[in-house]
Design a protein around this ligand. Structure first.
Ligand SMILES: [Mg+2]
Length: 379
């Protein structure tokens, strides 16, 4: 005779057994960068894209990915091929928490850190793809289903190398396309240079377009405080990565000194790091990057953690995947417009009147062009 608990266990096992992973492979592609992209610290050299493909016992497929903006992709690929993919065989795609926990357990010597997080993310997104394909649900519904679309802001027109007249032209065009905001990179040698560029944009677009600024971790605390006061003059919507991400106390001091909301997250790799920032009051906008935090499983926890602090989420980059995640959660603020996958997909993110719409197809809903990917494989 079975107990009630045993019965539940049996039912669960039957329901998930078909999702046992029987095949997993990884490859590395270099996707061309569409536009020169520069900020205060770096230039996008290329988009190294690490792809993981899995297949389950009942024949479902899942494709996941993560990326770098130029280096480290081979290290991620090596960790996947030598350690993580062999350990993935036999685990159940229907249970992403179990998969994540199991793989995290064998990477303790190299975590928390970017290489391991990127490897885990490539697997975790493939697992969620297979899980939601099996369920016949689009990711945005399966992960919470808060809203089918989200407002977008544009970053592609605000890189640091653009002249002021180019920034103005791009911002006006983004406004005409219905974008809710534009991001302008900051970090010019002198504060007035940043301010002059921002003022020109503000004068051109008027008071109702959000202007975000992004320093890519380039300032000291005192310089960030000074620039934040300058940026207040043009009603900046948020001040992104003013300081190195590990300087949590610096963020707290800065946030206390300015009316401009502080945004952080693209250089953070663990749930705990986000908790520290939120708990200490260093930021009120969270920009978790699904690749850099280790996948959808931890990303959703970070988003819900942020909600508990009354903080909004505006993820970094990866708009083709993040659209489904911000549509899943109740505290989404914005989706960032930087096209990443046009060269390797057969369809584009649906954008209408400045809103991004989550794919309605089951799974992640990213229409990979396998032949295009094949041409770009480097390892
Ligand atoms: Mg940024």
């Amino acid at each position: 005779m079975t107990t009630t608990d045993d019965t539940r266990l049996d039912v669960r096992t039957d329901a998930t057994a078909g999702s046992r992973i029987v095949h997993a492979e990884a490859r590395l592609c270099d996707i061309p960068v569409e536009t020169e992209r520069t900020d205060a610290l770096q230039t996008f050299v290329k988009q190294e894209t690490i792809l993981v493909r899995i297949r389950t016992a009942d024949g479902a497929e899942g494709v996941g990915y993560s990326y770098t903006i130029g280096t480290g992709g081979a290290a991620v690929l090596s960790l996947l091929r030598e350690t993580l993919l062999p350990a993935l065989i036999g685990l159940e795609a229907e249970r992403p928490e179990a998969v994540w926990l199991s793989l995290f357990g064998i990477t303790r010597a190299t975590t928390v850190g970017p290489i391991t997080a990127l490897a885990l993310a490539a697997i975790d997104t493939a697992v969620w793809d297979a899980k939601t394909m099996r369920a016949g649900l689009p990711l945005w519904v399966a992960a919470g289903g808060a809203s089918p679309s989200v407002p977008m802001y544009d970053t592609e027109g605000g890189w640091l190398h653009y002249r002021t007249d180019e920034l103005v032209e791009h911002a006006v065009a983004a406004k005409e396309r219905g974008m809710g905001g534009v991001k302008i990179k900051v970090g010019m040698p002198r504060g007035h240079q940043d301010l002059d560029r921002l003022r020109a944009v503000r004068d051109a677009v008027g008071p109702d377009l959000d202007i975000m600024v992004d320093a890519n971790q380039s300032f000291s605390v005192s310089e960030a405080v000074r620039r934040a006061h300058l940026f207040e003059q043009v009603d900046v919507f948020w001040f992104e990565e003013p300081l190195p991400a590990e300087d949590i106390e610096g963020h707290r001091l800065l946030a206390r000194s300015t009316s401009v909301p502080i945004a952080v997250g693209e250089s953070m790799y663990s749930l705990g790091h986000f908790r520290e920032h939120l708990q200490r009051g260093g930021a009120s906008i969270v920009q978790a990057d699904v690749a850099r935090v280790g996948g959808i499983t931890p990303w959703l926890k970070i988003a819900h953690l942020a909600e508990s602090f009354n903080a909004k989420v505006a993820p970094h980059f990866l708009m083709e995947l993040h659209v489904s995640l911000v549509c899943a959660i109740p505290n989404a603020l914005y989706l960032e417009h930087i096209p990443q996958l046009r060269a390797v997909t057969t369809g584009e993110l649906r954008i209408e009147n400045g809103r991004g719409w989550a794919p309605t197809a089951p799974g992640l809903g990213i229409p990979w062009d396998d032949r295009a990917l094949d041409r770009l494989i480097v390892a």
